[in-house]
Design a protein around this ligand. Structure first.
Ligand SMILES: NC(=O)c1ccc[n+]([C@@H]2O[C@H](COP(=O)([O-])OP(=O)(O)OC[C@H]3O[C@@H](n4cnc5c(N)ncnc54)[C@H](OP(=O)(O)O)[C@@H]3O)[C@@H](O)[C@H]2O)c1
Length: 338
């Protein structure tokens, strides 16, 4: 088994790609050579890694020669065309786009929940959507404790979930408002996001659901290997820089008290219970930004049924994307699958 690996990051100049470089460094991932890749627009730019500047190259099939692991954090189209090229050249791909997630040949992995799924990979492993990861990380401890029949969830998603363009759009609208100018036409979001809340993430399908909402349902079922679990959802974009929140109402199979649910959440790896209403202690996006744990609080019994309320927050760029991807790579190494 190798002791260190040649690693490419496709999308190294984007918000997830930049976080990817930080997380690889922080976790001392055994990188022999780092190959940051992006579009031709960024070729020649420098990114920082382990205190050095490393030149960005254009992502082309030949850029994967000699690479062991490729983290894709670019666009869905690029993953579709280039991920098979990387696999053809002998690399394992860990993809953060939506392209391969529902492909039956591709494992969809949250290492705290279904690490064993990595063993079935045929070259590509997918990372779930950032919202799905925050959701299932809070749900799984309850599911293991009492089974889950159905969940009704509303997500409140940060603008960085839409990448660099989403962050810049909020900032531009904020600046325009401060200067008393008219805001530029929105591009990343369908309507202005500054001082607003949009019940739309990504785009609407013909049935009135957003593509993001359907991902949350389909991906949850695949990760949990439970095609019957009922998830009723509304995904909402909010003017928050980083941190996706979920308000969820969970119907369990067996009765569960809030205290037992809190204990299960506190004991689950990667989850931190932040729940003390008597001292106004509950998790918020500001609390989770820069952290890898999913924070969960507001655990309480519904006043009109036996269901449980939970509130979770996740840093969408770290555990929602980059950290989860590195954990998958660590799992591959631990299981000698690379
Ligand atoms: N943002 C999140 O919270 C989040 C969470 C989970 C998963 N994801 C997924 O992660 C991926 C990256 O998202 P992001 O938010 O980091 O987006 P972003 O900030 O917009 O960055 C996009 C990256 O992709 C590169 N890219 C775009 N078109 C390319 C092309 N034709 N060839 C090569 N590189 C190209 C860009 O390079 P240039 O700088 O050269 O344009 C940039 O590095 C997406 O698939 C997204 O769905 C995002």
């Amino acid at each position: 088994m190798k002791k260190s690996y040649n690693v490419a990051v496709v999308g190294a100049t984007g918000v997830v790609g930049q976080t990817q470089l930080c997380v690889l460094e922080e976790r001392r991932f055994p990188v022999a050579e780092l190959r940051p890749l992006a579009s031709g627009r960024s070729a020649g730019q420098m990114v920082r890694f382990r205190g050095r500047d490393v030149e960005v190259r254009e992502a082309t099939p030949d850029a994967f020669a000699g690479v062991d692991i490729v983290f894709f954090a670019a666009t869905a189209e690029l993953s579709k065309t280039l991920a098979p090229e990387a696999v053809r050249r002998g690399a394992v791909v860990i993809d953060k786009s939506s392209t391969w997630r529902m492909d039956p040949r591709v494992p969809l992995v949250v290492p705290e929940i279904n690490p064993e799924a990595v063993a079935k990979h045929e070259g590509i492993i997918s990372c779930p959507n950032c919202t799905t990861i925050g959701f299932v990380m809070a749900l799984e401890p309850i599911r293991r404790l009492a089974g889950v029949r159905s969940v009704t969830v509303t997500t409140l998603q940060a603008v960085s979930g839409a990448g660099r363009e989403g962050i810049e759009e909020l900032a531009a609208q904020e600046r325009a408002a401060a200067d008393g100018k008219e805001a530029p036409e929105p591009h990343a979001f369908a309507r202005p996001i500054f001082e607003n809340v949009l019940p739309l993430c990504e785009r609407f399908r013909d049935d009135g659901y957003s593509t993001e909402e359907v991902k949350l349902l389909d991906e949850t079922r695949k990760i949990l290997s439970d095609p019957e679990i009922k998830v009723a959802m509304t995904c909402v974009r909010v003017p928050v820089p980083v941190g996706h929140s979920c308000s969820m109402l969970v119907e369990t199979v067996r009765p569960v008290t809030p205290a037992a649910a809190q204990a299960a959440l506190a004991a689950f790896p990667g989850v931190r219970l932040v729940d003390d209403p008597s001292h106004n202690v509950f998790p918020t996006p500001l609390d989770v930004s820069g952290r890898d744990e999913v924070l969960v609080g507001r655990v309480r019994r519904d006043l009109t049924s036996d269901r449980l309320w939970l509130w979770s927050v996740i840093d969408n760029l770290r555990k929602g994307a980059a950290t989860n991807a590195v954990q998958i790579a660590e799992e591959l190494i631990a299981r000698k699958l690379i």
